[in-house]
Design a protein around this ligand. Structure first.
Ligand code: FES
Length: 108
């Protein structure tokens, strides 16, 4: 089985603990990197309910609350928790190495 290459997202120190950093890579939708209790999680940044950047939302109790209509998602799993969000948020592997954060994008 072939292993996809790692893509560098950011320096871990650039992600505020208990907050989020938007990461924009060429030819991909923007990503949100969250840091909860020192550990990083990566999701799509755009809310599944509308065109809001989740990095502009509040992070509370492991959830990110959308700044547009206050729906929320579980940062660790991407599950939609509060309406009007019902569609899961895409999550990505978060690989920490040497002070930087990487991910592996699925095929395609
Ligand atoms: S755009 Fe996020 S809850 Fe509506």
């Amino acid at each position: 089985m072939s292993r996809h290459p790692l893509t560098r997202l950011c320096a871990i120190e650039d992600v505020p603990d208990g907050g989020a950093l938007q990461v924009v890579l060429p030819e991909r939708p923007p990503l949100a990197v969250f840091r909860l209790e020192g550990r990083c999680f990566v999701t799509d940044d755009t809310c599944t309910h509308g065109n809001a950047s989740l990095c502009d939302g509040d992070v509370e109790g492991g959830l990110v609350i959308c700044p547009f209509h206050a729906g929320s998602f579980d940062i660790r799993t991407g599950e939609a928790v509060d309406r009007p969000c019902v569609k899961k948020l895409q999550t990505y592997e978060a690989i920490e190495d040497g002070g930087a954060l990487y991910t592996v994008f699925p095929e395609g």
